[in-house]
Design a protein around this ligand. Structure first.
Ligand code: AMP
Ligand code: GLY
Length: 418
């Protein structure tokens, strides 16, 4: 098969690495890719949101299947455009991707189908939202801009004054642009946070897999939110009972809700879950694989990933038994110092040799410079992953391998999985 993979992060390098193991693969293109994907396929210089150019490329190269990594092209309707052009593509349509791109849409679906989530209110008017905040007595409370904001549109407010400032930022100053036209104010959930994934063809769902993500920049979960600084799988609380609960209370109903009331959701359904004292509750839905969760879960996947993608697109997922290894998997992100604020790029990276068969170095913000050296090219630069029998052993192998890697201003958390 001729495959086009869209995106340029660590997630996409991990997907490319897994696709490359498929006997079905004939040729792999990645748009735009990074230095890591360049070593396994052909990078194509087209931005992941330039849907017209991506479509023309797929038509010209007779691509058999396109796989979309990030949320932005999905929300922009890449799947609708490709399907219209007769090009097979793995991912949800723009209206199904609203599960991620509109928090209020996701909340409405959950409410109607009784899917457990934080109680919430939606506001279009900043004065109404303000009066509601004035009447609130219980804090913390959570304010969310109602659109894609790269994981940054969420404010957890400990006091009323903080909430009022957040409201100003989102709705009045519009720091997230149009995503701040609608505001969701919701109950603060306390518990263990998990990212849960399943592949779906719109009707059947695969076996579930879960990971824990480290969202904050600083040790001990301090400082601002990032795209994700590390992950591990399985979570320590993950067992058959929790998996069954999340499948029956969340994943099956959301797939059924989309198929019945809206449009079938085809692709990867990603439930951000909080395991509270009252049971599992949904924090958010995403319509794609997570980053850096993908860098820990795909090394655990036994199947040929192209067979899974193909069967989802053809509505035949039922015929594939998706299986996850029982091993433990850890990934730690190496970032440019300064991230998630300003940082410098273009520094050469050394020490990228792998220390063993069960170790992977997935590239994110990397590129080749004019002299063919691998240099830093983004906030999150690399993720080092290792598999082992348990989480602690896997983490030891990861941190040992990190010691060999150097670039100027390199930063990482030392407490991932600890
Ligand atoms: P989101 O963009 O919805 O994933 O939110 C980003 C992060 O904020 C989540 O991963 C949680 O850690 C946190 N968060 C969001 N909503 C809530 C909530 N209702 N209660 C507690 N934490 C939350
Ligand atoms: N790591 C969280 C996400 O991909 O949204």
């Amino acid at each position: 098969m001729k495959i086009l993979l869209i995106g340029s992060g660590g997630r996409e390098h991990a997907i490319a690495w897994k696709i490359n193991q498929s006997p079905k693969l004939e040729k792999l293109f990645i748009a735009p890719g990074n230095a890591g994907t360049k070593s396994i396929g052909t990078n194509v210089e087209i931005a992941d949101t330039d849907i017209e150019a991506l479509k023309n490329f797929a038509l010209a190269r007779e691509i058999d299947l396109t796989i979309v990594g990030p949320e932005a092209p999905l929300a922009l309707g890449i799947v609708d455009v490709f399907v219209e052009a007769g090009l097979p593509i793995f991912g949800p349509t723009a209206s199904a991707a609203k599960l991620e791109s509109s928090k209020s849409f996701a909340k409405d679906v959950m409410e109607k189908w009784d899917i457990p989530t934080a109680s919430h209110k939606v506001f279009q008017d900043s004065e109404d939202a303000n009066s509601y905040l004035e009447s609130l007595n219980s804090f913390p409370t959570v304010l969310k801009a109602d659109g894609l904001a790269a994981g940054k549109g969420v404010y957890i407010c400990q006091h009323k004054s903080e909430a009022v400032t957040a409201l100003q930022d989102i709705m009045v100053s519009k720091v997230f642009g149009d995503a701040g036209t609608t505001l969701v104010i919701e109950e603060f959930l306390e518990g263990w946070e998990l990212s849960v994934f399943a592949f779906t063809d719109g009707e059947s769902i695969s076996d579930l897999v879960a990971a824990c993500d480290y969202k904050r920049i600083g040790e001990g979960d301090t400082g601002p939110n990032t795209g994700g600084m590390g992950a591990f799988s399985p979570p320590r609380i993950w067992d058959q009972n929790l998996k069954d609960q999340i499948r029956d209370l969340v994943i099956r109903p959301i797939v059924e809700a989309m198929r019945t009331d809206h449009e079938p959701f085809v692709g990867t359904i990603f439930a951000g879950m909080m395991i509270t004292a009252e049971g599992p509750k949904v924090v958010e839905f995403n319509c794609r694989l997570g980053d850096p969760e993908t860098q820990v879960i795909l090394p655990l996947l036994r199947n040929d990933i192209l067979e899974i993608f193909e069967s989802c697109v053809n509505g035949r997922l039922k015929s594939v038994k998706v299986e996850w290894r029982k091993d433990a998997s850890v990934a730690v992100v190496l970032a440019s110092g300064g991230y998630p604020s300003a940082y410098t790029t273009g520094y050469p990276i050394d020490g990228l040799a792998l220390g063993g068969d069960s170790v992977n170095i997935f590239h994110a913000g990397t590129k080749l410079d004019g002299e063919g050296r691998i240099v830093t090219n983004g906030g999150r630069v690399l993720a080092v992953n290792a598999l082992a029998q348990d989480i602690n052993q896997a983490a030891d192998v990861v941190y040992e391998n990190i010691r060999a890697i150097t670039f100027n201003d390199m930063y990482y958390r030392t407490d991932v999985s600890k």
